[in-house]
Design a protein around this ligand. Structure first.
Ligand code: DGY
Length: 323
């Protein structure tokens, strides 16, 4: 029997063609993202699902799909999926780790530099025609915060956190890190979360969003941050209390922020972080290079291909389903 697979978006890469050769693939062609009701409709009767982080794969959806045998997400983060509900059904969930490490670390460092040196503000200033002889180079014109030689605190010392630490070494930064299970990484001082917040001029978040990390940086933790510090988040929005961060920026406790991810995406225009000119924002583009996205899509297809052959997925989030 040819198995039916729903792919919730057109994918780059090569391996998607192999998937089409060995299964009955239905690719959602848009426009835009597949809405929740559409996902439910299109997934009915399917054996496999290749989805993205914008698709909410909750228990109700999983329960409504008796034929579902595997899910492969084109993402490393799987907070959009109810992993327990899949595991209880013995359904493997694939993800795409590894290939986006450097790209995401580059993006985190870009946000850090942009926030420190006020690049968002400076870009708007020029485009809006404000650069004039009366308002031009002067000793305090667009002065920012030094990165070279500063202290960087990395929350989450997994592969991406370590890649950020390597970049920081090139800027002669002192690097502190907190990881739930402390890790020894050369050039990185392992400290408690509280010490990291107290000592760091820049804090960059690299943990996954889970029940434990939801609002990890709440008002209390943000208040612990060193006055004048910069917060960078390229991990997941729900890890930072956005209202508390906005309040810390308004009150002058923090200098700036670089935010690529929001609790709700796409972000609503009334999000208080958007009111701050010192916040550099981006629409969740940490892994967005042509090559990395093609590699992620290939891994997502490879996970699906393995499942179709009744083989373990090469990158499986819940390998316990294989017994
Ligand atoms: C992921 O894969 O989880 C990243 O957030 C994509 O950018």
């Amino acid at each position: 029997m040819t198995k039916k697979v729903l792919v919730t978006h057109r994918l780059p890469g090569e391996r998607i063609h192999d998937l089409a050769h060995c299964s009955d693939v239905n690719v959602w062609m848009g426009p835009g993202l597949l809405p929740a009701a559409g996902l439910r409709e299109e997934l009915a009767g399917c054996h496999g699902l290749v989805c993205m982080l914008t698709d909410r794969i909750d228990r109700a959806l999983i329960d409504a799909m008796p034929d579902l045998e595997f899910v492969s997400s084109m993402s490393v983060g799987v907070d959009h999926v109810d992993v327990s509900a899949l595991t209880e059904r013995g359904i493997p969930l694939g993800n795409t780790p590894g290939v986006l490490v450097d790209t995401t670390a580059d993006a985190a460092f870009a946000m850090l530099l942009a926030a420190a040196r006020r690049l968002g503000e400076a870009d708007r200033f020029v485009r809006q025609g404000n650069w004039s002889p009366e308002n031009a180079w002067s000793p305090d014109f667009f002065t920012g915060k030094d990165v070279t030689g500063a202290t960087l605190g990395i929350i989450g010392l997994g592969e991406i956190g370590q890649a950020v630490a390597r970049r920081a070494a090139g800027f002669d930064m002192r690097v502190l890190a907190w990881n739930r299970t402390p890790r020894e990484v050369p050039g990185v001082e392992s400290v408690s979360l509280e010490e990291l917040l107290l000592r760091s001029d820049f804090v960059s978040i690299h943990v996954a969003l889970t029940d434990d990390t939801h609002n990890l940086l709440d008002a209390e933790k943000i208040a612990m941050m060193k006055p004048g510090a910069v917060l960078v988040n390229t991990a997941r929005g729900g890890i930072v209390d956005e209202a508390a961060l906005a309040a810390a920026l308004s009150g002058g406790h923090l200098y700036a922020a670089g935010i690529d991810v929001f609790e709700r995406e796409p972000v609503s225009l009334d999000n208080p972080l958007l009111e701050h000119s010192s916040v550099v924002v981006a629409p969740h583009i940490g892994s967005a290079t042509v090559l990395t996205r093609a590699r992620m899509a290939d891994i997502a297809s490879e996970n699906a291909l393995a499942a179709l052959k009744d083989q373990p997925m090469p990158h499986c989030v819940n390998p316990e389903v294989y017994g």
